[in-house]
Design a protein around this ligand. Structure first.
Ligand code: APR
Length: 309
């Protein structure tokens, strides 16, 4: 039996993610949206790629949750993307009112699933889903660090004219203006970039990484990035379903690790069939640790707006 992955939200990120999974063929997909006909039409279109891309995976689209029952993984992308001039944080109340009822339905039909949050503001929405689902933290976490690290890695590979495969990019913290790229632990061919690039160049690339999502929003005007966010989420889905034990940066609830307690923030974790199987604690300098704590505080402020208690 193939694995079952539900994707909530059949918009740009959800649709692209569903396509990636179906075309790889390792899981059946249920695509859910509130817009009638949208998930159904996209699913039928994707299904008809099967003979061309050689995939027998099934995909169905629906506006209700019955078909999602007993999913192994549920990815939540439902929500409003930001428009030019907006920060991810501006979306908090709007998307809270979408993510909360969605999570309740997800839990009702798939009580043993793993939830991957994609809706922004990412860290706050992950914390909301954790609270609403009452699942343990290894089964509710968010996609952001892979995307932020991929952006950092792309710019570094361009700068140094090397393969992206040779770059290990380390980005911690919340998915927003307070994210914490760590140049000291970012390497190219095993060499820290602090030995390869000037401070000015690193600062410029770090700044572009932090504003990476905004750069795309400004160009696109009608919404936010979706190709790389979908690819990043697919990497997480694959790490879980194939029990890869891959070390990936994910938004996870910290309970004292890194000196942070009670907040979701991005750190490296080991992803396998049980979701987060280990939280990796990097040794940070006092400055890096302080930046991570500042980022966690920014998430906490947003969480307060939702009045979760
Ligand atoms: N249930 C199911 N689907 C919903 C609901 C709901 N309650 N509310 C909204 N949706 C759907 C919308 O109908 C839309 O099709 O979510 C989809 C969102 O898709 P887009 O508007 O294309 O947004 P997208 O670019 O996919 O971004 C989704 O991911 O990266 C984040 O910031 C981004 O929060 C945003 C989310």
């Amino acid at each position: 039996m193939r694995n079952k992955v539900t994707v909530i939200g059949a918009g740009m990120v959800g649709g692209t993610l569903a396509q990636r999974i179906v075309e790889k063929g390792y899981a059946d997909v249920v695509l859910v949206d509130i817009i009638e006909g949208l998930p159904q039409s996209k699913s039928l279109d994707m299904l008809q790629c099967g003979p061309i891309v050689d995939s027998d995976a099934r995909i169905i689209g629906t506006n209700t949750y019955e078909e999602t029952a007993n999913s192994d993984i549920v990815v939540i992308t439902s929500g409003v993307p930001r428009k030019p001039g907006m920060s991810r944080d501006d979306l908090v109340l709007t998307n809270m009112n979408i993510v909360k009822p969605v999570t309740e339905q997800v839990v009702k039909y798939s009580p043993n699933c793993i939830i991957i949050m994609v809706t922004n503001p990412l860290d706050a929405m992950t914390q909301l889903a954790l609270k609403v689902s009452q699942f343990p933290r290894n089964r509710v976490f968010g996609q952001s660090g892979i995307l932020d690290s991929a952006r950092f890695g792309t710019f570094l590979a361009q700068e140094l004219n090397v393969s992206v495969k040779d770059v290990y990019a380390c980005v911690l913290g919340g998915h927003g203006d307070t994210m914490v790229p760590i140049p000291r632990l970012t390497t190219v061919g095993g060499i820290p970039i602090t030995e390869l690039l000037s401070k000015e160049t690193i600062d410029r690339i770090v700044d572009r990484t932090i504003k990476g999502g905004g750069e795309i929003v400004t160009l696109l005007k009608t919404g936010s990035a979706y190709y790389a966010p979908a690819a990043a989420t697919e990497q997480m889905v694959e790490a879980i379903l194939f029990d890869k034990k891959e070390i990936l940066p994910c938004a996870t609830y910290l309970d004292g690790e890194y000196g942070i307690k009670g907040t979701v923030v991005g750190v490296p974790v080991k992803l396998g069939r049980n979701g987060i199987e280990q939280i990796i604690e990097l040794k940070l300098t006092p400055e890096e640790g302080a930046a991570l704590k500042k980022s966690a505080e920014a998430v906490m402020e947003l969480v307060k707006i939702m009045k979760l208690e």
